[in-house]
Design a protein. Structure first.
Length: 446
């Protein structure tokens, strides 16, 4: 088998093949190694873990093994960001009757025309038929009277002292009339299965006669915040720090398409963590901290106690290399994020984003790259994820990009994927957009 990057893309592997590359003999991350007793992410003094692109591929493919939840009927006001599970088929002709495209006059035959006293407004029943030589005032969107030959725009007509209407430019047959079925006919497929529901899709669905849409359900996510040192309010003091992940992760997960069903703060309590994961019915459990090998790092022991299948145990990425992905049940996964805030963001985008995207059947974003305005130092062996802002045709690396820092990511538009060894000024770097920096449904956090 050819390793990813040597002729085979990691995204082309199934889970078993990808795991075969990660779990080479003698280095199975689910089995304690004598030389790794102090740190499950080192082996023989050398950091080990899954290569970053491969970790993302494993997360996406792991989701495809989950039994699909049945599609659900969702009201239009709740469907934004979901994916269509059935084609959007027109329930009516659009428009459903001949309508005026402009404010003006509906006219019959050649001019000049005598103008009726009454006008035709949108939302009214079918108006009275026009005879040749007649005109009637009409509003945009109103039904066209039978035997109308054209609509004369308000600015293209004038009336004489006898009240007759004259055109001031040539009038073409059918001018400014939207004929019935111009956009679609009843039964036409408007959008296929797999379409992401955007605001424009909601508008099209409403126009086509829909009150509900059949969509793939949102994956349900539960967040478990670990750590006795975390405060939920006030200033840090006496060795205690504010919890940054509790406020940050739920809206970020919602922006990635998840329904956040609970956020729980458990402290450093191994039994509480075990019970919380064992009892959870979420599709994804996200933990914060506790993924290393310290005295209160309870995530690995909890996974062993649950009999979970460890799919990714450490990733060759900075910050965030102690992240992990496990299958805890046939229909549930756990993503363990490091406790440092920017490292947690790295884990979120490395493992949770592709997993949630696959669970929600969302289309993968098109990869893109921009040249870096400045050189970026790299790690000798690992990928780096560096906050950047986008300026014209360049990505500008930001300072304050240490594992515990959020100042850089708070000002960022994207994360630049910097290969091992770093990147020179002007070198193109792959970019991961942040949800709030892109147009469309990504800006919706509720």
């Amino acid at each position: 088998m050819t390793a990813p990057g040597l002729g085979q893309d990691a995204d082309d592997l199934d889970v078993e093949e990808a795991l075969a590359l990660v779990n080479t003999p003698g280095t199975d991350p689910s089995v304690p190694q004598p030389s790794a007793a102090a740190d499950p992410h080192t082996h023989g003094g050398r950091h080990r873990g899954t290569p970053w692109p491969e970790a993302r591929a494993i997360a996406a493919r792991a989701a495809r093994r989950v039994p699909r939840r049945a599609p659900e009927s969702v009201s239009l006001d709740a469907a934004l960001g979901l994916v269509l599970a059935e084609p959007l088929t027109a329930l009516t002709d659009l428009p459903s009757f001949d309508t005026s495209a402009m404010d003006g006059w509906a006219v019959a035959g050649p001019g000049p025309w005598s103008v009726r006293d009454e006008g035709v407004l949108a939302g009214h029943a079918e108006p009275v038929r026009l005879d040749d030589g007649e005109a009637v005032r009409i509003a945009t969107g109103a039904r066209i009277p039978p035997d109308t030959t054209a609509v004369l725009r308000s600015e293209h007509g004038r009336t004489d002292d006898k009240g007759r209407l004259h055109p001031i430019r040539e009038v073409a047959h059918g001018q400014d009339i939207r004929p019935r079925g111009q956009e679609c006919r009843n039964g036409d497929q408007l959008l296929p299965v797999g379409t992401l529901v955007t605001p424009a899709v909601l508008g099209l669905a409403a126009a086509a006669g829909y009150d509900t849409l059949t969509a793939v359900p949102r994956p349900r996510a539960e967040v478990l915040v670990l750590g006795d040192e975390l405060l939920t309010e006030g200033l840090p003091h006496d060795g205690l720090i504010r919890d940054a992940l509790g406020p940050m992760l739920p809206p970020w997960l919602r922006a990635l398409g998840a329904e956040v069903v609970a956020v729980r703060r458990l402290g450093d309590d191994a039994e509480a963590l075990y019970k919380a994961v064992a009892d959870s019915d979420a599709d994804l459990v996200v933990t914060t901290g506790g993924t290393a090998a310290g005295p209160v790092d309870h995530v690995h022991p909890t996974l062993r106690r649950l009999g979970a299948e460890l799919l990714v145990n450490g990733v060759q990425v900075r910050p965030g290399h102690p992240m992990l992905l496990a299958r805890t049940k046939d229909d549930q996964h756990l993503v363990g994020l490091p406790g440092n805030p920017l490292a947690a963001v790295s884990g979120l985008l490395t493992l949770a984003e592709p997993l949630l995207r696959a669970l929600a059947a969302r289309p993968a974003p098109e990869p893109y790259a921009l040249p870096l305005r400045d050189a970026v130092h790299g790690h000798p062996e690992d990928t780096r994820l560096v906050p950047v802002t986008l300026r014209a045709d360049h990505a500008v690396p930001l300072h304050y990009n240490g594992p515990a820092m959020l100042r850089g990511i708070a000002a960022a538009d994207a994360l630049a994927v910097v290969p091992p060894g770093g990147a020179r000024k002007g070198q193109e770097a792959e970019l991961l957009d942040l949800p709030w920096a892109t147009a469309g449904v990504g800006v919706c956090f509720t």
